[in-house]
Design a protein around this ligand. Structure first.
Ligand SMILES: Nc1ncnc2c1ncn2[C@@H]1O[C@H](COP(=O)(O)OP(=O)(O)OP(=O)(O)O)[C@@H](O)[C@H]1O
Length: 585
């Protein structure tokens, strides 16, 4: 139970509702107890009439009618309280489930990029959905049934002992066996359900991938192979489901068998005692039969609840693993920062933890507010890494990164990131309208600001051409933008944010040179008091930059202005000549 301790704070949060639920359960159980007692009295009344002890049929009839009315009344009230009990416990468990999901999601948001690389997306999703569902079974049904069973035992069993101690012993003797058998069965059912779940997620992942990659499947004519793979997976899924059904099918017969055994014991032992005169009325046997049936399900739930708790414990252990994870990148300060935007790298060396690739070696450069720095280099040279380090997505291993002369590790992380507008290499757009995708950079942006940002990113004309304009929905159920359009919407998002530092990671690679020129001109106008860093493979994107650095294997091998670099032999000049000849061709 040690992992489930984490949830105690939620029990504390909802303590009043839970205490209310406890009282309601007591009331529900008390009213349920009225029926067996009244049936016993009714049976005895009939017995006395049959034996001639009571002569008036009218008196017996009137007692029976009163009892029937009382039974109906007690059952209705008991049912109402049972309804309230479920409403309380199950509703509380839904609140706790909601709280726990939010807690996990908040944690996910806090954690650094490395965490996401170390854990598969499927795992992250499972913990917030599957595992939380299993924990909810503990927070809701398990608690509710335990309270119900506990109260029933406390109330019914002592009462039965006062009525007929020996008969009580015989009646409750098979119940622990029932509980144990149900426990074993529940464990088997849970194990098989987990396997079914795993196969189902395999099937889902396969189906989802085949839909996402449908154009590849169709263009390579892979439909028959995909079908065969689906049938195989689906077949495995069916087999596992059949395995589960086989075990589940035992559940009710087992219950019926054990209830039957208890009933037979009550009738046999009770009848025997009645014959020997140890019991003086038949009513008590009928009453005990009702108790047996009343106790059976709660006793069975003891076994069931035990297996639920075990599963919840395992799920909570997995959830706790993530909850105790500390973000690698910590925010050291909550003080406001007045970021101006001057960026400096001082002998920065950085190695990716997982791949052990040293992406940057002793890199140094400076770029002031209002200036543009361009970074050029072959693929894998470390260009994107530089941009990610400025936003502190990772911390450097050696050296330091300064913004306005201050080590970024000492800065307020939220404000640092807020002062950056980053356009990543793979422009990621949400399945939402174009307007909202741009507004992502500034939640309260006006229509005018959105249009202006889109104009600066040279994408306004494209958007205006769509029938729904800025309301055009992107993504799965919407329009698919071209690579260049995506890049420009992503640029508009960064521009509208109006940051002090603009970072463009090869963000113009998919636009033609004319549009590139237009965007660069606009950027030049709006970035007078900003720092701009442009990563590119194209000389045309960087030729006007104030400073250019060339990276090779993580090291700065050349630096200067466009003109200076053209006067030096090296990668930049080679690239320039190559691109020039391509243009002329
Ligand atoms: N998230 C990461 N985890 C581990 N290794 C990485 C990661 N990102 C990049 N690398 C490695 O670090 C090196 C530098 O990569 P980086 O993305 O910075 O290069 P780049 O110059 O931007 O390349 P490109 O022009 O192709 O985008 C590469 O060898 C790459 O494999």
């Amino acid at each position: 139970m040690k992992h489930l301790k984490h949830l105690n704070k939620y029990f504390l949060k909802y303590k009043w509702l839970l205490i209310g639920g406890l009282f309601i359960t007591i009331l529900a159980r008390l009213f349920a107890l009225v029926t067996p007692r009244l049936i016993r009295e009714s049976t005895n009344a009939i017995e006395k009439y049959v034996n001639g002890e009571t002569v008036s049929a009218a008196a017996v009839r009137s007692e029976l009618i009163t009892n029937i009315l009382l039974i109906i009344g007690a059952t209705l009230i008991g049912a109402f309280f049972t309804f309230l009990m479920r409403q309380t416990f199950i509703v509380v468990s839904r609140h706790m489930e909601y709280d726990l999901k939010n807690e996990i999601y908040r944690k996910y948001q806090e954690l650094s990029l490395n965490f996401y690389k170390q854990n598969r997306t499927g795992d992250l999703m499972n913990r917030i959905s599957e595992d939380v569902s299993k924990v909810r079974m503990y927070l809701g049904p398990a608690i509710m049934y335990s309270v119900q069973t506990g109260i029933l035992f406390i109330v019914v069993i002592p009462y039965m002992f006062t009525q007929a101690p020996e008969l009580t012993m015989y009646t409750i003797a098979p119940l622990p066996i029932l509980s144990f058998a149900i426990y074993k069965l529940s464990v088997a059912i849970n194990q098989r359900s987990t396997i079914v779940q795993q196969y189902l997620s395999k099937l889902n992942t396969f189906t989802q991938e085949s839909f996402s990659g449908i154009s590849v499947i169709k263009s390579y004519g892979l439909e028959p192979q995909t079908n065969v793979a689906f049938v195989a997976l689906s077949n495995e899924n069916k087999e596992k489901n059949i395995d589960l059904v086989k075990v589940q099918a035992f559940f009710f017969p087992l219950m019926v068998l054990l209830i039957g055994a208890s009933n037979i014991l009550v009738i046999y032992i009770g009848g025997h005692k009645f014959i020997t005169g140890e019991i003086d009325n038949l009513g008590i046997i009928v009453e005990f039969l009702l108790y047996v049936n009343m106790l059976t399900w709660p006793v069975a739930t003891v076994g069931w609840v035990t297996s639920i708790v075990q599963q919840a414990e395992a799920s909570q252990r997995r959830i706790n693993e993530f909850l105790k994870e500390e973000p690698q990148i910590q925010n050291p300060s909550n003080e406001p920062e007045d970021v101006q935007g001057a960026v400096a790298f001082k002998n920065v060396t950085f190695t990716y933890e997982d791949t052990h690739i040293t992406a940057l070696k002793n890199v140094s450069f400076e770029v002031n507010s209002g200036e543009t720095l361009a970074i050029i280099g072959k693929t894998g040279a470390g260009k994107s890494t530089i941009l990610e380090l400025i936003g502190r997505l990772y911390d450097v291993e050696k050296g330091e990164i300064l913004i306005d002369g201050k080590d970024i590790r000492t800065m307020n992380l939220t404000e640092l990131r807020d002062s950056i507008g980053y356009v990543p290499q793979d422009a990621f757009l949400f399945s939402d309208s174009i307007r909202n995708n741009i507004k992502f950079g500034k939640a309260d942006a006006s229509e005018g600001e959105i249009v202006e940002a889109a104009k600066n990113a040279a994408v306004h004309r494209n958007i205006a051409g769509f029938s729904k304009g800025y309301d055009t929905v992107l993504g799965e159920r919407g329009i698919t933008l071209s690579g260049g359009q995506k890049q420009r919407v992503s640029i508009a998002r960064a521009i509208i944010h109006d940051p002090k530092i603009l970072l463009f990671d090869d963000s113009l690679s998919a636009v033609d040179t004319e549009t590139e020129e237009e965007i660069l001109n606009n950027l030049f106008k709006i970035s007078q008091n900003k720092t701009t860093i442009i990563v590119s493979h194209r000389i045309s994107s960087v030729k006007n930059a104030d400073k250019i650095i060339i990276l090779e294997g993580g090291e700065v091998v050349q630096r200067g202005t466009h003109q200076e670099l053209l006067n030096t032999e090296g990668y930049y000049k080679e690239l320039y000549l190559k691109q020039l000849s391509e243009k002329e061709m």
